[in-house]
Design a protein around this ligand. Structure first.
Ligand code: NDP
Length: 294
């Protein structure tokens, strides 16, 4: 069997087009534009690259960016003040603080200071609480987990009643994506570094979400024939033949697993583009709430 490749780039492009149309409708009806503030502290190359991709995607969709590129030695109090000012700015509908923050910054305090109404990353503990509880709606579904579910939905994969295995239990990916699958009535198993017989547990999955941060760990014989596999992993591995000296790869051994699965999202080119599309989606949803647009 050769799996259907779930093309995250193409699906994300469709979603970005849908958002652009909504931005135009908002401007026509309400004379307002959605706005996203990005807060970048320091000069980490990877963080700069992520923020610049997000700003570019905003510009393409017609979302206004408010960029705050701050020195690495900014004080806790000054950073807090910037977040508070953004909370109070009615043109800003989403606030994104790029992680990681420098060591001297208490990131829990900074993230906790973002107004829950503008927390488009969805990491606020109150928001995660609502996401985890039955019959409670979070204001925002965190972008990467939301992107995983969108990939399944837009590929026509039924979730209800399926055995879903999530590999990883981090606050930003594993845990929220597991909660989303549970609310969609999957039967859920969450694996982590202490799980015994990982390949045996993973082999139960009709739907496998791999978010572990270990290059190509999931092998072909870990996967049930016909399973749907979403690879969240983004790992840099040395590659002297590549221009930068490294290449990016997922948590799944793509070449092996594509021969066993019925569908697979590659990495890169799967969840990554969806994460950015979902950030735009969350910003747009927040702006719609602010202006009262259906
Ligand atoms: P974390 O390091 O926060 O969490 C990794 C999880 O995997 C932990 O729960 C850990 O278990 C588990 N784990 C680690 N090693 C093993 C092992 N050998 N066997 C079983 N479980 C293990 O990572 P993130 O959740 O932040 O990210 C996961 C991957 O997803 C990374 O490659 C990251 O780059 C990528 N990512 C991609 C995004 C995208 O937009 N495409 C966005 C965010 C992340 P334990 O809890 O026991 O320590």
């Amino acid at each position: 069997m050769t799996a259907e490749i779930i093309d995250g780039k193409a699906i994300a492009a469709t979603i970005r087009g849908e958002i652009k149309a909504e931005v135009e409708a908002m401007q026509a009806q309400y004379g307002k534009m959605p706005g996203l503030a990005t807060v970048l502290v320091g000069a980490r190359k990877d963080s700069q690259a992520y923020v610049s991709m997000k700003k570019k995607a905003c510009a393409e969709a017609g979302i206004t960016s408010f960029a705050h590129d701050l020195p690495a030695d900014i004080s806790q109090a000054d950073l807090l003040k910037i977040v508070q000012d953004l909370n109070a700015n009615p043109d800003v509908h989403g606030i994104l603080v790029q992680l990681p923050l420098p060591d001297h910054i208490d990131d829990e305090e900074i993230l906790g200071a973002i107004s829950i109404e503008k927390d488009v990353d969805g990491f606020h503990p109150l928001n995660i609480g609502r996401l985890s509880m039955k019959r409670r709606e979070p204001l925002f579904v965190p972008c990467t987990p939301r992107g995983c579910i969108e990939l399944l939905d837009r590929t026509g994969v039924k979730i209800e009643g399926k055995e879903a295995v999530v590999l990883g239990r981090s606050n930003i990916v594993g845990l929220p994506v597991a909660m989303l699958l549970l609310h969609r009535n999957a039967t859920l198993t969450i694996c982590h570094s202490r799980t015994k017989d990982l390949p045996g547990v993973v082999r139960r999955a009709d739907i496998l979400i791999a978010a572990v941060g270990r290059a190509e760990m999931v092998k072909g014989d870990w996967v049930k024939p016909g399973a749907v596999v979403i690879d969240v992993g983004t790992n840099a591995v040395d590659d002297p033949t590549a221009k930068k000296g490294y290449r990016l790869t997922g948590d799944v051994d793509f070449d092996e697993v594509k021969e066993v699965a019925s569908a697979i999202s590659p990495s890169p080119g799967g969840v990554g583009p969806m994460t950015i599309a979902m950030l735009l989606r969350n910003t747009m949803d927040s702006a719609k709430r602010a202006v009262g647009m259906k």
